[in-house]
Design a protein around this ligand. Sequence first.
Ligand code: ZN
Length: 143
Amino acid sequence: MRLFHEYQPGRKWIARLSHDTDLLQALEEFAATKNIKVGRIEVIGAVKKATLAYYDQAKKEYGTLEFNEPLEILNCSGNLSLRENLHRAHLHITFGRCDGTTLGGHLMLGTVVFAAEAVIEELNGPELQRGFDSPTGLPLWEL
Ligand code: ZN
């Protein structure tokens, strides 16, 4: 671990997400509304359909996966930071299917909430911006 900042606990919220909202968009709008510049998120619940991405390390690009089926959110966790001064959430999600199998990936816009409960925690400390990282091709934290 070469690059790090230290943060202190900030505000905390429990939120119920509205039926038929976009999961990622709702969380980013909440972060912007409350001006949460750095934080962490956990979500459980269910979605009507999902859009995920998988990062191809060789091609340095995301491939998109779409699942048009009801899925349980078994776990969704990630963080909040800024990218070009906009509040952005980076979330990974594991879904359960009706047969008990799982699938997962990097959460994208296009994942529609059936019902969801979120815990959102702010971290107080240095501002955290994402910027282009050449070795990975990803928008990583600039620490
Ligand atoms: Zn990711």
